[in-house]
Design a protein around this ligand. Structure first.
Ligand SMILES: [Zn+2]
Ligand SMILES: [Zn+2]
Ligand SMILES: [Zn+2]
Ligand SMILES: [Zn+2]
Ligand SMILES: [Zn+2]
Length: 255
């Protein structure tokens, strides 16, 4: 097997690049900032992000968060959360807060999560996929005339129909007032609702996971707790040793 040796400065360069991507996201329009532009960007955006972070979740109003939206989570319009407007100099006072898509030519006016089964989004009652519908507000179907706007009969893991759910965008204060975790302040772009490793689980699993092991803050252990629950529910027994380091999850999130 070929061994690749990377010297320290090259590793540092990779770290710097990862940090750059997490902070800048797509804000550089595909062309790397110069060091001066990067410094200027950080000076302007980072304090604003710490103050004005928006949290995005999907759930039934008044209930638990069934899904927390992260940078890579797809919208109804098929673009990812990080491709929507997520930074505000001043958070608008209107509610609901809407986060329009910033991809050129896309008519999506507000980020909206669509539940997925595996990697495939749920279908509309008209049998067509979200991407067969207009991304504009009415979500009419482009493939049939019987559809009066995307509506799925899918039942979420929480037991409620997906149509009873909404994508909620809220400020830190609003989220705190609902008694939901706000996590640590982070300077990274488009973090959405992610506040810790357990955010990666669907809401009802995260509840069970944290309930079974309330003391642990460690994502690895929480994930193990969750897989224990899955194991138990399928009737298997035995303990699971978690050797994975949580970092690879992080890499997936930010890659
Ligand atoms: Zn879009
Ligand atoms: Zn969108
Ligand atoms: Zn249709
Ligand atoms: Zn439809
Ligand atoms: Zn639900």
């Amino acid at each position: 097997m070929e061994r690749i040796c990377v010297d320290k400065s090259a590793l540092q360069a990779v770290d710097d690049y990862c940090e750059y991507r997490r902070l800048v996201g797509d804000d550089d329009g595909g062309k790397l900032f110069t060091p001066e532009e990067y410094e200027e960007y950080k000076r302007k955006l980072l304090p604003q992000r710490l103050n004005n972070r928006l949290y995005v979740s999907f759930g039934v109003p008044g209930g638990i968060d069934c899904k927390l939206i992260g940078p890579e989570t797809q919208c109804f319009c098929t673009h990812r959360y990080k491709q929507h407007k997520t930074d505000f100099e001043v958070v608008p006072s209107q509610r609901p807060l809407v986060l329009p898509c910033q991809v050129r030519g896309c008519h999506c006016s507000a980020y909206q999560y669509v539940p997925q089964i595996g990697l495939i989004p749920v279908r509309c009652r008209c049998k067509h996929f979200p991407q067969d519908h207009s991304e504009a507000t009415d979500h009419l179907c482009n493939k049939c005339s019987s559809c009066s706007g995307f509506n799925s009969s899918y039942t979420c893991g929480c037991g409620q129909p997906s149509s009873a759910h909404q994508t909620l965008v809220e400020t830190k204060l609003e989220r705190e007032a609902r008694g939901q975790p706000i996590g640590k302040d982070v300077p990274y772009a488009a973090m959405g609702g992610l506040t810790g490793y357990s955010s990666l689980l669907d809401g009802y699993l995260a509840l069970e996971a944290s309930g079974s092991d309330p003391e642990t803050e460690d994502g690895c252990q929480q994930r193990c707790a969750a897989s224990r629950i899955k194991k138990t529910s399928t009737g298997a027994s035995g303990s699971i040793h978690c050797k994975e380091r949580p970092t690879h999850i992080e890499m997936q999130l930010f890659s």
